[in-house]
Design a protein around this ligand. Structure first.
Ligand SMILES: Cc1cc2nc3c(=O)[nH]c(=O)nc-3n(C[C@H](O)[C@H](O)[C@H](O)COP(=O)(O)OP(=O)(O)OC[C@H]3O[C@@H](n4cnc5c(N)ncnc54)[C@H](O)[C@@H]3O)c2cc1C
Length: 299
């Protein structure tokens, strides 16, 4: 029986593992895809303390090496559910079951994609989702924001300060964000809005991202920009945990100690209900969940 099963090997899950392993606990990390989570595919991270610039894969493989050396067990399986029985937890996966005294859910979230040709190749090199992560790469450059809801408008308002211009692509006849943001955006001379428009494809020239082709009210148009920010929503990876308390967007609710609505089950990282989803908040959550777990185990 494990002391703790951690579901998800992103930065939150691996940070939690680091703390628990250093406290001599027996830990199993279960991962359904590959080590590192979302950030592993990012070519450049410039806002993680201690590194001027590092690729996501190097950052996550450093952390993986650190926990592997401490004796972390790993299984590559998809978690389907957690059940509580006689004071311990049974984690069911597509390949079997595992038992532990406590569980940390660190299954992250996904940005919705446009699902266009060659998209994965240009994420981090023309295609972005988060202004706090990649906004600074586009100072004095031209960008487009895909989406017209409140998150998209917030991104556009952030970007408009330091870029040379922002083009918004909205598939509806109007912007749907908060009226104050709509007013600020529509009055900003550096913003250009295409309504009733959808992105058809990316413009790639000599293997470099150059912009997007849109269909605006039935007419095809090429828009040349240095980068785009896709803001059409996020999806929390929380389907297997529907018995826990969640917010309206299906993110798991945790208290200040990252305890969920069920005793002995903790939450960390992007799958938690919170406002800011970054690497530093994911590792912070992992730390809090691990220390709460230790307090629970040592009771
Ligand atoms: C392209 C890109 C660039 C980014 N750049 C930055 C940046 O520069 N700076 C910054 O601070 N943030 C950045 N972010 C955000 C940052 O990556 C996330 O906030 C952070 O990685 C979240 O970590 P996490 O551990 O909570 O979740 P994740 O990284 O999402 O990891 C969750 C893991 O859980 C696994 N999992 C999910 N469901 C299951 C299941 N049922 N069973 C088993 N395993 C499961 C997933 O496969 C995944 O590996 C970026 C995000 C993206 C997508």
């Amino acid at each position: 029986m494990y002391d703790t099963i951690i579901i998800g090997s992103g930065m939150a899950g691996m940070t939690a593992a680091l703390y628990l392993l250093r406290a001599q606990k027996k830990v199993l990390v279960i991962e359904q895809e590959s080590i590192g989570g979302q950030i592993a595919s990012s070519p450049r991270v410039e806002n993680y303390p201690g590194y001027k610039s590092i690729s996501g894969s190097e950052l996550t493989s450093n952390l993986y090496d650190q926990i592997e050396e401490l004796g972390c067990d790993y299984e590559f399986e998809e978690v389907l559910s957690i059940e509580s029985k006689d004071g311990y937890k049974i984690v069911k996966t597509d390949l079997g079951t595992h038992e532990a005294k406590t569980v940390i859910i660190a299954t992250g979230a996904k940005y919705r994609r446009l699902n266009l040709d060659r998209e994965e190749e240009f994420i981090g090199n023309g295609i972005s989702f988060c202004v706090a992560c990649d906004g600074a790469f586009y100072n004095d450059k031209k960008v487009a924001v895909i989406g017209g809801g409140n998150s998209a408008l917030t991104i556009a308002l952030d970007l408009v300060r330091n870029t040379s211009g922002v083009t918004i692509i909205q598939d509806m006849p109007k912007l749907t964000g908060e009226p104050i943001n709509v007013e600020k955006i529509t009055n900003n001379p550096k913003v250009n809005i295409h309504y009733n428009s959808k992105v058809l494809s990316y413009i790639i020239e000599n293997d470099e991202f150059k912009g997007i082709t849109i269909l605006e009210s039935g007419i095809k148009k090429d828009i040349y920009v240095d980068g785009i920010f896709v803001s059409i929503g996020t999806i929390a990876n929380t389907k297997p945990f529907e018995n826990l308390k969640m917010d309206d967007y299906k993110y798991i609710i945790g208290d200040a100690f990252n305890q969920t609505s069920e005793e002995g089950i903790f939450v960390a990282g992007d799958c938690k209900s919170k406002r800011i989803r970054q690497l530093t908040t994911a590792t912070s959550d992992g730390t809090i969940a691990a220390i709460s777990c230790l307090n629970y185990l040592n009771k």
